[in-house]
Design a protein around this ligand. Structure first.
Ligand SMILES: Cc1cc2nc3c(=O)[nH]c(=O)nc-3n(C[C@H](O)[C@H](O)[C@H](O)COP(=O)(O)OP(=O)(O)OC[C@H]3O[C@@H](n4cnc5c(N)ncnc54)[C@H](O)[C@@H]3O)c2cc1C
Length: 355
């Protein structure tokens, strides 16, 4: 069966790329092994200004409008909201953070993203003050992925199967089982390390754990950011996350991570006690050493591509990159050099078994 693009992986990267391609009338089939992936575990937080130094995300002026437009369009098509806008209260943890916050508040480019918070809400403890963060919210990744999977299934564009790379025939034309795609795009998240063509790229995966919790108290109407974050999902439920562990790369939830998250929340919002943990999940973020995604064609096999490496910012970044990637597939290259895999052509390509 001839098609245009075979996508490997139905996480947020593969799903949103498939959506973008289908909008352009490209014939797509997505395959996925069907387990729980990082995208389903993720909180889907979109936060334009992050880290202890309160830095505005690079390319934000492109990424944020593209993400909002994409999730709005999906909401219209599937008749449900996937992105939930919600302001964020940022609790400053040190004197240094307070100074940085003051500097940022005085800068024009942070206007619209950060606001002073002179009278902190009661019940929240923050000895170094607080900030209001704007244009924040979270993506309901699980429902989005389910809707897109159903959509793909309805058009015969989804198969649940674990790809054995040895089944891919490169010459005289690309072939996988009964499918002859013009291109294959690998969106395997952290499992890309097993990929014979792209597995040598400098990924830096990091495990994250997240809790779904209930409380008898009323949850606040904003996201709480205190190094970790708490996202209220309704009046008495919230998600609490996420740990960051680049060493233990398994997907098993752990007792120390659970305690770490609960204790950190208790220090800033003791009023939520007692908290019941309803679900505890772990996943692996497909982060990269230079913090930029890996996008583009293989140096030797030009019809094999990667669309991966979105780290902890998939919800914000994937829609814009999907748009650029889709537009570049047959035309001029529109992916910025900083995120294109060609930045590694000299050092990491051709990678294992690339001939
Ligand atoms: C605890 C946690 C919290 C997070 N919080 C946020 C957040 O708040 N905001 C945010 O933007 N991001 C967050 N992230 C990061 C986010 O999950 C990623 O940026 C994004 O989901 C990555 O999507 P992906 O499609 O690249 O990978 P994945 O979601 O991992 O999807 C990869 C898919 O490829 C499939 N696959 C792999 N190999 C094969 C194969 N050989 N055959 C078939 N299928 C295969 C897998 O089954 C999987 O479904 C978080 C991550 C974690 C773990």
């Amino acid at each position: 069966m001839p098609i245009d693009v075979l996508i490997v992986g139905q996480g947020l990267a593969g799903s949103l790329l498939a959506w973008e391609l289908m909008r352009r009338h490209v014939r797509v089939i997505v395959i996925d092994s069907g387990g729980i992936n990082a995208s389903q575990v993720a909180a889907g937080l979109i936060n334009p200004v992050t880290g202890q130094r309160l830095v505005k995300t690079a390319e934000l002026e492109r990424l944020l409008p593209a993400a909002m437009a994409c999730y709005q369009q999906l909401a219209e098509v599937f008749k449900q909201s996937f992105f939930i806008p919600m302001p964020m209260l940022r609790i400053l943890k040190t004197e240094r953070e307070r100074q940085v916050a003051r500097q940022r508040l005085g800068r024009d480019e942070y206007r619209g993203f950060l606001k002073d918070c002179p009278s902190p809400p009661s019940g929240i403890i923050g000895s170094f003050g607080m900030l209001q963060q704007q244009q924040t919210g979270y993506l309901k990744t699980r429902s989005l992925l389910q809707c897109l999977q159903n959509y793909l299934l309805a058009s015969g564009g989804y198969r649940q199967v674990s790809l054995d790379y040895r089944e891919i025939v490169l010459r005289p034309h690309l072939q996988w089982r009964d499918i002859q795609p013009r291109h294959i795009v690998f969106c395997e998240g952290y499992q890309a390390s097993a990929n014979p063509w792209f597995g040598g790229l400098p990924f830096q995966p990091a495990k994250g754990e997240i809790l779904d919790c209930g409380t008898a108290s009323e949850c606040p109407a904003w996201i709480l950011n205190f190094g970790y974050w708490m996202i209220p999902t309704d009046g008495h439920h919230f998600r609490l996350g996420a740990t960051f562990d680049p060493v233990n790369l398994d997907t098993r939830p752990s007792e120390p991570a659970r305690n770490q998250l609960l204790q950190a929340l208790d220090r800033v919002s003791p009023g939520l006690r007692p908290i019941s943990v309803l679900e505890h999940q772990a996943g692996i973020r497909p982060a990269t050493v230079d913090k930029q995604p890996f996008i583009g064609a293989h140096s030797v096999h030009r019809n094999l591509h990667i669309f991966n490496g979105f780290g902890a910012k998939g919800s914000l970044a994937i829609p814009w990159y999907a748009r650029q990637f889709a537009a570049s597939l047959d035309q001029a290259e529109l992916v910025p050099a900083t995120s294109h895999v060609k930045r590694y052509y000299d050092s990491h390509f051709p990678v294992r078994n690339s001939a």
